[in-house]
Design a protein around this ligand. Structure first.
Ligand code: GLN
Ligand code: ZN
Length: 756
């Protein structure tokens, strides 16, 4: 009997082999044959890992050279016209990355993860045609190695839900065009083997789908199940509960449903109907979104609870989602604290957990090695529960007694004092914080980290950079200066490295998009700040100019959202600890003479819950913690924040409640359209909408920025507007940044002259 299951496996390779070969190929330094060779070797390795761990349901078609939504678009022949004439890998990578004639397709976040998928472009007039070769071949490839896989597919409803219409209108209108292709696909799949399992991912169902979408489920799965008797279809969702959809799915002839019981604990409400439908339950109980070692006995208890409402023989033990969202293996973590390491589990280790959980739950014979692993698991979890490096009494006491929840003074009072003291003009000019990260800066940082250069040496290199950065800003006439952030490799890691309770991995890479991986730091314990984190750099920078030097911090919610977070405490409680640490930093910055401080909340919006019903709770603690972090700011100190997006319509009230004196945002690409909501709700605080797009190497002209500023002035008065680029400049080159900012300042001067 098949008892356990893995939704999907990461593909980039435990040494990022796929990344490396892809990048060589894109640079013209290797052939596509080599890419295919590396890919095959990776697939084989990943299948074997799963087989060796005793996994029954192993996936094929979870591999991808770039992204599996893109693979689905290609499989369905949904290729935008601008790529006409291209074929095979040339077409595929052009869609993903663009080429000299055609821009790449848009990319966006996969639900609330940090994985990005390519957004398919659909239109009513296009004709679609099935090409199932990749999928069929992958099945055969595994079969040839003696592994019978289940086939992973992105479901038609999710595919439509994630696509966009280039001819305007609703993507679901194309349901009638897409469904027959899926039927045709299953007709090909049915010939692969005597009996085949197909996992159809429909994560869109967790978003609380509208009636219109719900109404597609039954016709869709009735039709797909009718294709052939030898195919078992499992519909899988993750990241939240999908109770509305499950209610419909149980009335279709599918074989099983896959549900996430960790991030969607409400899924238990569906157990009774699944049970009476006689379908299999693929129970997601081992976390695919985190790096913590599973607590086997706790997980078995959870399964026992499920068993109260489900026949045991219909339960299959699974990961909560694809393991794509976790790093590969702990094998290469050589530098990590050995105690902390025993608390962790990456994808390969999670395989063993799934297998062990299923053995214990089903009462299988345990071998000596299993008993040892169980004991080890129990001990590690016990140590973690009691470890003094996790549980810091002082931090906990401080949290308990913490009462300063917001800063003194109402906005109206503060801004009056600030304007007088700081004396900046209307349409004040500034930047978002970082300046170009040159190869020299990167080299100095990494050599210092390796111990190859001394602290003095490193600091003097950074100071030289800061000096140059300041001279340039003064020369070009910017009014509010920044130090340029040369000492920061990453806006979250930089703070994580200085906070107690934070850990770092050597090889904890997780795919973000295409060949790009990120290595999020992880919060394992109570957070505290042993000493100031930015004060020395800021004091140095301020000493080099008479102008205002803006301090630069990353906000609590962003620090949280871009880290792996401990799972033994609610996220909001962790974020509060970070906020308190930041409030101490602000206090110290002020004491050192810094009068303006920006607290970046780049990831505030992406932390939003998938389901409407959870939004209020998130907003409550997210706003609370932003306010706590700036609660130490004097009335005189101007607090800025920056957010990396432009659509504020749904969250404007929340943004207002954060009560920053100035917010800079990313509306450069949308004229003044997206700014209008600020006016509509009577937003009082100051706003820097971003007058040019830093995501492109293009240098904006004075004229176009003048035009942009005039558009902004149609919406908000000059007293309320700031002028700045739309994000940090670290990814740009000096020869782009210098003329761009010079033009920006010129443009402001022109506009100001017309306002006198
Ligand atoms: N201060 C940061 C920078 O300029 C902000 C970046 C961001 O919000 N993504 O790089
Ligand atoms: Zn930004």
């Amino acid at each position: 009997m098949s008892k356990n299951y893995v939704v999907g496996f990461p593909r980039i390779g435990e040494k990022r082999e796929l990344k490396k070969v892809l990048e060589l190929f894109w640079a013209g330094k290797t052939t596509f044959t080599e890419v295919e060779k590396v890919s095959s070797a990776l697939k084989e390795k990943h299948w074997k890992y799963q087989k060796d761990a005793g996994i029954d349901f192993i996936s094929s078609n979870d591999f991808s050279l770039y992204d599996n939504v893109l693979d689905t678009a290609v499989m369905l022949g949904a290729v935008p016209k601008r790529f006409n004439g291209l074929k095979s890998e040339e077409l595929y990578f052009a869609m993903a990355r663009g080429n000299k004639d055609a821009v790449a397709m848009e990319m966006t976040k996969w639900f609330n993860t940090n994985y990005h998928y390519i957004v398919p472009e659909l239109s009513l007039e296009d004709t679609y045609r099935l090409n199932a070769l990749k999928l069929l071949n992958e099945y055969k490839e595994a079969k040839a190695l003696g592994i019978t896989t289940k086939i992973n597919l992105i479901g038609p409803i999710t595919f439509l839900g994630l696509s966009k219409r280039v001819d305007r209108g609703d993507t679901y209108e194309l349901f009638g065009k897409i469904l027959p292709l899926y039927e045709a696909l299953l007709s090909e799949i049915k010939n692969l083997d005597e009996s085949i399992t197909v996992q159809i991912d429909e994560p869109i169902f967790v978003k609380g789908v509208e009636p219109k979408v719900l109404s597609l489920i039954k016709p869709c799965y009735d039709a797909l199940c009718a294709v052939s008797d030898n195919i078992n279809i499992i519909v899988t969702t993750y990241f939240e509960h999908s109770n509305e959809a499950t209610k419909v799915l149980v009335h279709t002839p599918i074989w099983g449903v896959g549900l996430d019981f960790l991030h969607g604990s409400k899924n238990v409400e569906s157990l009774a109907i699944i049970n009476s439908s006689g379908k299999k339950l693929i129970a997601g109980v081992v976390d695919g979104r985190n790096i913590w070692k599973n607590d086997i006995s706790q997980t078995v208890t959870l399964l026992d609870e499920l068993e109260n409402s489900m026949k045991k023989e219909n339960i299959i033990v699974s990961s909560s989602c694809s393991l794509l969202h976790t790093p590969f293996t702990l094998k290469y973590e050589e530098k990590m604290d050995s105690e902390i390491k025993t608390w962790l589990s990456y994808a390969v280790e999670k395989l063993n957990e799934i297998s062990l959980v299923s053995k214990v739950f089903f009462g299988d014979t345990l071998f000596e090695q299993d008993t040892e692993s169980l004991l080890e698991n129990k001990n590690a979890n016990e140590l973690r529960r009691n470890s003094t490096i996790i549980h810091n009494k002082e931090v906990q006491k401080r949290i308990e007694n913490f009462s300063k929840l917001e800063r003194d003074g109402k906005y109206e009072e503060r801004i009056k004092i600030q304007k007088e003291l700081l004396g900046y003009e209307d349409l004040a000019t500034t930047t978002i914080g970082s300046f170009p990260q040159t190869p020299e800066v990167r080299r100095a940082r990494s050599e210092y980290k390796k111990g190859a250069i001394s602290k003095e040496n490193y600091e003097s290199e950074m100071k030289t950079y800061i000096d140059e950065c300041i001279s340039f800003q003064e020369e070009c006439g910017l009014e509010i200066l920044v130090h340029g952030e040369p000492e920061r490799n990453d806006m979250v890691e930089y703070f994580g490295e200085q906070l107690d309770g934070y850990g770092f991995s050597q090889n904890g890479w997780v795919q973000s998009y295409g060949s790009r991986c990120v290595k999020p730091p992880f919060i394992y314990g109570d957070i505290s700040r042993p000493k100031p984190m930015t004060v020395e750099w800021m004091t140095y920078a301020q000493s080099k100019t008479d102008k205002i030097m803006k301090g630069m911090l990353t906000g609590p919610v962003t620090i949280l959202n871009w880290s792996f977070v401990r799972d033994d405490m609610p996220r909001g409680d962790v974020s509060k600890q970070i906020a308190i640490a930041l409030s101490d930093e602000i206090e110290d910055l002020q004491k050192a003479g810094i009068r303006m401080i920006q607290v970046d909340e780049a990831a505030f919006k992406e932390g939003y819950p998938l389901r409407e019903e959870n939004i209020t709770t998130y907003e409550k603690w997210a706003v609370r913690d932003f306010k706590i972090s700036v609660s130490t700011a004097y009335k005189e100190t101007q607090i800025h924040t920056h957010m990396c997006y432009s659509e504020f319509n749904d969250i404007i009230q929340t943004i207002e409640a954060m009560d920053a004196d100035v917010i800079s945002i990313e509306t450069a690409r949308s004229g003044n359209e997206l700014l209008k909501i600020f006016k509509e709700v009577g937003y009082k605080q100051e706003v820097g909408p971003g007058v040019y797009d830093i995501h492109s190497p293009r240098i904006p002209t004075v004229e176009e920025m003048v035009k942009q500023m005039k558009l902004l002035l149609e919406v908000l008065p000059k007293e309320q507007l700031w002028i700045n680029p739309d994000c940090g400049l670290k990814t740009r080159k000096w020869n782009e940044v210098k003329p761009s900012l010079t033009n920006m300042v010129k443009a402001v001067k022109e506009v100001r002259a017309t306002l006198k």
